[in-house]
Ligand binder design. Structure first.
Ligand code: ZN
Length: 327
């Protein structure tokens, strides 16, 4: 069997950063990310890269008024103990639409993505929902995912692939995904660093080193079906350029290419992911790096028959395979 290159992007504008820093500190990344999207789509087309863009439901809103029509009832919204995470409270502070608040709404970009061949729109929840936060419940999560499907549907997009914010996947919550009509989700990398290291500073350090050096092996795998939903685990995040470690950028790309080669040779799935805002500054340099990766994919397609798929296409492919196995 040929290997697969899966690509997915967590498309959230500023919604994933509410508790991290003030908008003023980060808006150049978000606005730069918006500028980078059409360029990235051109590259995807040039190299026939298929990708899933898991979008926060709030991004679909043409206006705040339209968005409010899809809100879960007041009692069904996430009750985080950390009030800094409450996206509904934050909404009161922002403009009315994409023109006034481009860091928060994105219907024009969603349209552009959906019109580009090979691109799938998926969901990054309705309100950038945090499944492991204290205070919220699976019931509130179900209301959020229902709203995510409804607002996408109202704009003509039937979304079936999900990526949970900060990869906070728990069995109870993936069960909700399945019940709400999702057929695949991207789980967190399941390597020894994530499983065994619980001391946060060490975890961060090891994960960072793993970007450049093969601490966790190659990340290729065979996708599994979990009670009716496909687990398309992430293999590697494409990390943006880190200034103090700039001299290691060559190793970063080398590491990704090795992982792709490993998957291509063995018929495994390699899942690469990032956020548009990761390439919102130093955009041209990042796009050059990504182009190098896509060129390498073209070589692997030529030599080993590797295929590029988005999560929806992968799910359809896996279902087909399963049905053939049964007949
Ligand atoms: Zn996110």
């Amino acid at each position: 069997m040929a290997g697969t290159l899966l690509v997915s992007l967590d498309f959230e504008l500023f919604w994933g950063m509410l508790d991290v820093c003030p908008l003023e500190q980060y808006q150049d990344h978000v606005l730069g990310g918006r500028e980078a999207i059409p360029k990235l789509l051109k590259l995807f087309e040039k190299y026939d890269i298929h990708a899933t863009w898991a979008a926060v439901g709030f991004l679909f809103g043409e206006s705040k008024e339209e968005l409010a029509r899809f809100f879960p009832a007041a009692g069904e919204r996430p009750c985080y103990r950390n009030l800094g995470l409450d996206p509904y409270a934050y909404l009161a502070k922002i403009g009315e639409n994409e023109r006034e608040a481009p860091c928060f709404y994105g219907p024009s970009l969603l349209k552009l993505i959906a019109q580009t061949p090979g691109q799938e729109l998926g969901s990054h929840t309705f309100s950038h929902y945090y499944c492991r936060e204290t205070g919220q419940t699976p019931g509130e999560f179900a209301a959020d995912m229902k709203a995510a499907r409804e607002i996408a549907m109202a704009h003509g997009y039937d979304v079936h692939s999900a990526i949970l914010p900060r990869n906070q996947c728990e069995p109870e919550y993936t069960e909700v995904l399945r019940e709400t009509g999702f057929t695949a989700y991207r789980d967190e990398e399941n390597d020894w660093i994530h499983e065994k290291i619980h001391f946060h500073p060490l975890l961060r350090l090891l994960r960072l080193m793993d970007v450049y050096f093969p601490l966790t092996g190659q990340g290729g795998y065979v996708p599994k079906n979990e009670n009716g939903i496909w687990n398309l685990t992430g293999s590697r995040m494409y990390k943006p350029i880190l200034k103090p470690l700039y001299c290691l950028e060559g190793l970063k790309l080398h590491r990704i290419k090795n992982q792709m080669l490993h998957a291509a040779k063995r018929g495994l799935t390699f899942h690469l992911w990032w956020h548009p805002h990761n390439i919102g500054v130093r955009t041209e340099e990042h796009l050059r790096q990504l182009e190098e990766i896509f060129k390498y994919y073209a070589q692997l397609r030529e030599t080993y028959g590797m295929e590029s798929r988005n999560m929806g296409e992968m799910t359809a492919f896996l279902e087909n395979q399963r049905n053939e196995g049964r007949s």
